[in-house]
Write a protein that binds this ligand. Structure first.
Ligand code: HEM
Length: 438
């Protein structure tokens, strides 16, 4: 059974998910040898149960190698030999130690202090296009904003953003264009290794320069160089894994969030109108990251996360034979967890197929940032960036709409099936009379 949305439905996989939730909520894909999980409750249970559903794919490789040896197959496929462990691909107790090294940099309070700088960057990007009365939201704002923010946080040159974009396109675009092309197939592995080597060389160079400068700096890379686990400094491999993860996770997802948010608001003009009415009352210090103040900028961001989740799917594998529902998952089998489907589960969300910014937070328990121990470290940052963009667009632009050349059928997905977003979003607008000062 195919557990992937058909390629021509990537920008609207929701009818496919609805069918799967109803008829095949836990389905096995024989061709790709992977389970697909579609219902909210099953997904939440799996993400909570990290003991039985692991993120550490090195363990899976070891298990598969053991199996092959037992079957007398000594030649293990070359590309299957090692998986680099990072925060995302590790289990406790190592995961907890790694996470503690960096988590303080991403608390809501720390992130909130970045707001003025994020606003400044966003204003600067809008200044470049405002007089033209049109922009491509993705290339003019949704991509450059988060990539600049994460580059500044890491302490690397934001001007290298074209290189970062190529890495992201190659790494993510290469692995997800079709259902037969999973991240673990050999072609994707080759691309993955080449790009990883390039990223490593880039970061090794930066790390060397930091060490030679011997000046204490506050950026994330400098913090990683100082960090210790049980009195030991992080190994270079660990620092490199962190840098690549933060750089990529720090922007590819947020591009989609910003693009999906504006696209959804334009498709639901009544929701945009409500926001416009309310935006002049928006007090960022009061609302902070609390989304319970419906319908507000922050609840619009949360509803986008639910309705068009930037990350659609996560992968785990079973560490033991486990039963979910009426299906037995065998030890070593992989699972694709469709959080994009969970977030449309009608048993959890009322009128789930409707974009409704008035859902209060307690009724919008989406899983867009994951759940459990791997809950997104950058959730506060991503939400803040999207809130800033929305607030500034509402303040500085009026009559925002899809540009003439916009046609739904010409939209192209950005980053493939594990993600959800568009590669371009042409908009037209007029400058609002006043530029609001925040
Ligand atoms: C809209 C934007 C974002 C979305 C939808 C998103 C989504 C997610 C999800 C679903 C996970 C869980 C992965 C899993 O369970 O396997 C995750 C983990 C993670 N995210 Fe995000 N993310 C976003 C933005 C960011 C940003 C801006 C950063 C960094 C600055 C970031 C850094 C991370 C890291 C480091 C992890 C791994 C956490 C762990 O394994 O403990 N993310 N993210």
């Amino acid at each position: 059974m195919d557990i992937f949305p058909p390629p021509d439905q990537l920008l609207n996989p929701f009818p496919f998910y609805a069918q799967m939730r109803k008829f095949h909520p836990i389905a096995y894909d024989d061709k790709n040898k992977i389970w697909g999980i579609f219902r909210y409750n099953d997904i939440q249970n799996i993400l909570t149960n990290h003991r039985h559903f692991s993120s550490d794919f090195q363990k899976l490789v070891n298990f598969q190698q053991g199996q092959m040896r037992e079957q007398g197959q000594n030649q293990v496929h070359e590309t299957n030999q090692s998986v680099r462990r990072s925060l995302l691909t590790s289990d406790p107790p190592y995961h907890k130690q790694l996470r503690s090294v960096i988590s303080s940099a991403f608390t809501s309070n720390t992130i909130w202090k970045l707001r003025p700088r994020i606003e400044e960057i966003c204003h600067g990007m809008l200044d470049k296009v405002i007089e033209q009365g049109r922009m491509d939201l993705i290339n003019d704002l949704a991509y450059p904003l988060p990539v600049t923010v994460i580059a500044e946080l890491l302490g690397i040159p934001p001007d290298d953003r074209d290189t970062f974009k190529r890495w992201a396109d190659e790494l993510i675009g290469s692995t997800t264009s079709s259902s037969s092309n999973l991240p673990t197939d050999s072609k994707s592995e080759q691309i993955f290794k080449r790009v990883q080597n390039e990223m490593d060389s880039y970061f090794i160079d930066i790390i060397e320069k930091r060490r030679m400068k011997k000046v204490s700096s506050k950026d994330l890379i400098s913090n990683l160089l100082k960090a210790e686990i049980d009195g030991n400094k992080l190994a270079e491999e660990e620092i490199l894994a962190f840098c690549s993860l933060l750089l990529l996770a720090g922007h590819v997802t947020t591009v989609n969030l910003i693009g999906n948010m504006i696209r959804s608001l334009l498709e639901y003009p009544n929701q945009l109108e409500q926001l416009l009415l309310l935006s002049h009352n928006y007090n960022p210090d009061k609302h902070k990251l609390d989304a319970d103040n419906y319908p507000s900028i922050s609840s619009a961001v949360d509803e986008t996360l639910r309705y068009r989740s930037p990350v659609q799917a996560l992968i785990r594998f079973a560490t033991e034979d486990v039963v979910i529902g009426d299906q037995k998952i065998q030890r070593g089998q992989r699972l694709i967890i469709w959080i994009g489907s969970a977030n449309h589960d009608e048993s959890v969300f009322h009128d789930a197929e409707r974009f409704d910014i008035a859902r209060s937070f307690s009724k919008n328990a989406h899983l867009a940032f994951g759940y459990g121990i791997h809950f997104c470290l950058g959730s506060a940052l991503a939400s803040l960036e999207a809130q800033v963009v929305l607030k500034i667009i509402l303040d500085r632009l009026k009559d925002v709409g899809f540009a003439d050349e916009y046609k739904e059928e010409t939209l192209r997905p950005l980053y493939g099936i594990f993600f959800h977003g568009v590669s371009q979003l042409p908009l037209s607008f007029k400058p609002a009379k006043m530029r609001a000062l925040s």
